[in-house]
Design a protein around this ligand. Sequence first.
Ligand code: 0O2
Length: 235
Amino acid sequence: MQIFNEEIKNALEKNLYEHFAEFIEEQTLPFKELMAYYRCAMLEVSTKFNVLNEEFSLQYDRNPIEAIKTRLKTPESIMNKLHRRDIEPTVENIEKNIYDIAGIRVVCGFPSDIFMLADALAGQDDITVIEKKDYINTPKPNGYRSLHLIVETPIFLHDKKKLMKVEVQFRTISMDWWASLEHKIRYKKNVTITDEINSELLLCAEIGAGLDKRMEEIHDKVVKMTETGNGKDIV
Ligand code: 0O2
């Protein structure tokens, strides 16, 4: 009986491994291809921001963008997201259900630059905005601020055009600084984040938002002074 059970177990395991090997073989190439498409889409959109920054630099002598960061979601993170949503892990399902595989973070000097750049991107005739989450006018309860857009952009392959989704997160320097540190603090292993820590994080986010507002007001004042010629010597 024992030997019989062992045999069944071995057969089942063999079957499982064979299935797994088949799955990897079938999905690896299409998965790599899909990730390459997302990488191209990410390049397309980040080039658009570089062009906008260059244009502003030439026309208005200023750069609204402080930094552009790009990242492709890792296979592990994609699998976790599918698992969380109870979606079968196939390449088709990844493309159909996950919108933030290609991610671009645009870090700006002032909050108004964020909305100006988002409008400039949305206005381009090859871009379609699929989703918009404005966590600047309506911050998350924990204090998180950013403007998130999911856009669709075409990539041109040798024989076809493919529409790919890209997530763009727009933040000011202070929003980016807060989000990076909050993420580090919140995801420390084996630590429970208390209400007190949450309140402190929220307070820091609010201080950051206050500073953004004041810096923007100072900037506006200086721009007005230069426009009227009033502040030549002061600026
Ligand atoms: P990663 O590695 O940064 O991409 P969804 O992605 O739509 O299923 P959700 O929460 O509705 O889930 O999306 P949302 O609100 O658009 O936020 C997604 C991303 O925004 C996160 O990506 C973070 O990058 C950022 N984000 C959102 N909320 C917070 C926050 O409270 N703190 C920080 N630091 N970042 C936040 P991922 O998927 O978490 O990871």
